[in-house]
Design a protein around this ligand. Structure first.
Ligand code: ZN
Length: 379
């Protein structure tokens, strides 16, 4: 059974909202509209799937429907809960005016275009919207102690589930499992171990199919001792794990062995350079340069990593296009990968907390490449 998640105190939530308003003011707004589940959960505590919140200095109003009335009152201390049966946009506009908001900031990336146009049509006179991108998203990049603990537990639970399921695969008759049944077992095992959900549909690709960076598991049968790439993770109290493991054949072909060595070397170099203040883009460039030095640059298919938290992909973005600097307290993945057509793919993905002393792994970095799942355990 899953232990009940600890509710965040009213004080902690209200200081998060103060921080959000500081960011909003910097972007020319004097209030903020939250309309997506991750931001609602972070700033109000409310974990339902439908809601909107208006944040102004010293006040928060949370709009939701009747299904969530009790839940919202329990989860969102310090917010006035409004159950809105009809005319949501009109009610929001009215409330914004009552709260004295004149320019209502919102996160363009977290709200649909339809929402924005509805707002303009029906609520705009209450408070015109002002795009204030990053105001809600960027404070979430630095995690507090409780968040780090949940991410660590989510990572450990995910890993324990994989170990269990690889053991089941080892004991299964040859050809009994497909990529798809492997993925299904792994997800079931995470739930048996207390996960709320999977972070995203599990990727389990075998043989040359592993060269598809984000392929879908198929009915292809798993052969004992074959190449298997798994990208998976559990959600625990809203927090997402995201890990990848590559199971190598006992005697990998030359290309595969070289790719595995290169991604491990790229990770090693990045981990040595990671510290607060470095540019996220420079870390991606560094990993690329190591893979290029190995002559494998053309097999890179994605950027180095991304933040994880209430969303599986969030700030910071470790990519050449990012202008972010990494800070102590951020949690992100490091996931160099190489994808060799007709040979196979290798990806190692772990989660790290950045501290003043450098990166601290939240997952078992040493197990990222697994080489012997098909062998009987030798004692
Ligand atoms: Zn990832």
């Amino acid at each position: 059974m899953r232990p009940m998640g600890k509710r965040r105190g009213a004080q902690a939530l209200s200081s998060r909202r103060e921080r959000l308003l500081e960011e909003a003011v910097r972007r020319g707004a004097d209030g903020y509209l939250l309309a997506d589940p991750a931001n609602l959960r972070y700033y109000t505590g409310f974990s339902g799937s439908n809601g909107q919140a208006l944040i102004a200095p010293g006040s928060c109003r949370l709009f939701t429907d009747g299904r969530y009335e009790l839940q919202a009152a329990r989860e969102a201390p310090g917010c006035e809960v409004v159950v809105c049966r009809e005319g949501l946009f009109e009610a929001l506009g009215e409330a914004a005016r009552e709260m004295g908001i004149r320019r209502l900031g919102y996160e363009p990336g977290a709200v649909s275009a339809a929402f924005v146009s509805e707002w303009r049509r029906k609520a705009g006179r209450g408070a015109p919207l002002r795009a204030a991108g990053g105001a809600a998203a960027s404070p979430r990049a630095v995690k507090d102690v409780g968040e780090v603990e949940l991410l660590r537990r989510a990572a450990r639970l995910s890993e324990a589930a994989l170990t269990e399921v690889l053991g089941m695969l080892k004991d299964a008759p040859p050809g009994a499992w497909s990529e798809s049944s492997f993925a299904g077992e792994l997800e079931a095992e995470m739930r048996r171990r207390g996960a709320d959900d999977r972070s995203f549909p599990t990727i389990a690709l075998s043989g040359t199919r592993s060269a598809l960076p984000h392929g879908k598991p198929s009915s292809r049968r798993l052969r004992g001792g074959g190449l298997l790439l798994v990208d998976w993770g559990a959600v625990l109290d809203g927090y997402h794990a995201d890990l990848s493991r590559t199971v190598l054949p006992e005697r990998p072909r030359g290309g595969l062995r070289r790719a595995a060595d290169a991604v491990l070397r790229a990770r090693e170099r990045v981990l040595r350079e990671l510290r607060p203040g470095v540019r996220a883009a420079d870390m991606d460039r560094l990993a690329r340069s190591v893979l290029e030095e190995a002559g494998l640059g053309r097999f890179i298919a994605h950027s180095l990593g991304h933040g994880v938290g209430l969303e599986v992909h969030e700030a910071p973005h470790l990519s050449v296009n990012s202008d972010e600097r990494l800070e102590a307290g951020m949690v992100f993945t490091i996931e160099p990968g190489l994808y060799l057509p007709r040979v196979g793919g290798v990806r190692v993905e772990d989660m790290f907390l950045l501290t003043h002393d450098g990166p601290q792994p939240l997952s078992s970095v040493s197990d990222t490449i697994i080489t012997n799942y098909h062998k009987p355990a030798v004692s």
